[in-house]
Design a protein around this ligand. Sequence first.
Ligand SMILES: Nc1ncnc2c1ncn2[C@@H]1O[C@H](COP(=O)(O)OP(=O)(O)O)[C@@H](O)[C@H]1O
Ligand SMILES: [Mg+2]
Length: 377
Amino acid sequence: MTTLNGTIVRANATFCRWTGYAPDEFIEHSTIQLLLTVGGRLLFSAQVAPSLLLQRSVVEVRVDVTRRTGGVLPTMFNVSRTRHGDDEFDEYSFFVVEERHRYETALIDARRKAEQGLEARAKAESALQAINRRKDEFLATLAHEPRNPLAPMRNVLEIFSLKVLTDPQLIWGRDVFKRQVHHMTRLVDDLLEMSRITQGKLELRKARVDLVTVLTSAIEDSRANVLASSHELNVAIPGEPILLDVDPTRLLLTIQNLLDNAVKFTPPGGKLWLSAHRSGNDVVITVRDNGIGIPQADLESIFEMFSQLQNAIDRSQGGLGIRLALVGLHGGSVQAHSQGPGQGSELVVRLPVAEEQSIASATRQPSMTRPGTAAGC
Ligand SMILES: Nc1ncnc2c1ncn2[C@@H]1O[C@H](COP(=O)(O)OP(=O)(O)O)[C@@H](O)[C@H]1O
Ligand SMILES: [Mg+2]
């Protein structure tokens, strides 16, 4: 820092080190001009001093500074005129040109490396996207192909079901065939659903449906499964219709999956509960079991695509970990509750009831709502 005529009043340690002076050697005794070479002094009086007077700052002035021990230091400085109380001073910041040059080269180098890194990353990302697209296409093909052989197999099953069989071996064979075809169909449906989502081709076909009818057919559908595992299914659903505006096929698949999960993630001879009740403008569907349970830390992650928990994999019976990830598609919400491993699980789906029904029930007396009916299976 200097006075307006150039007398140095303050210099930091780095400037002293560069020039070779002790602070008290030039402070108050030397001027900034005296530190410059002859050429530098000329430049100072011809350009720097007038510019400071006019615009109060000058940037990037290239001058050589003489060192105490002889020799010169190539520098560049910026200077600005500042007020401190009643007095005005000129504040200089010097850079050693070589260091600045080195610093700039390092900056350019770093920028080039960062750009190369970004380019490599963009390439890797687009390669990954291409692989991901191919995987999605492959899964879509994989999902479609088994539909063709499955159709005639289902037809044959229909014919078998119409026959009255007496041979226990044939009856056993037909039941195995039926269960496996049923299972295959579910897997293929799941794969198809997933590939529709990943390819953005999912279409929800919403219609007015009665939840009670859907629940009844889901129960009917899982009856054989429940019996095969010697579980007891307790059902408590309303006796009157509950109208929803949803895609009926997908709602049925959702409830079937909740029941399937309860069946397969509960050791044989377990207890399962299915209930549904109105709650304001929503209907709450709950499927509970006393099975293997879900660790607290995984209560959220089970809703992610392909998520199958370690303790469930042995029992997954070839599931794909897709169905729970699709529940939110109906515009409703789903939550999992469990006290932890071995403590059973409770899956709760909440869906809005159809608008007219919610308006109608709002004007109805609460006492007119019929209580739920209970049934065993
Ligand atoms: N009732 C349940 N009890 C214990 N774990 C469950 C239950 N329901 C779901 N899960 C866990 O959530 C995962 C995802 O379920 P889902 O999407 O239906 O896939 P999948 O049935 O094909 O395994 C299951 O693999 C399991 O780890
Ligand atoms: Mg499942």
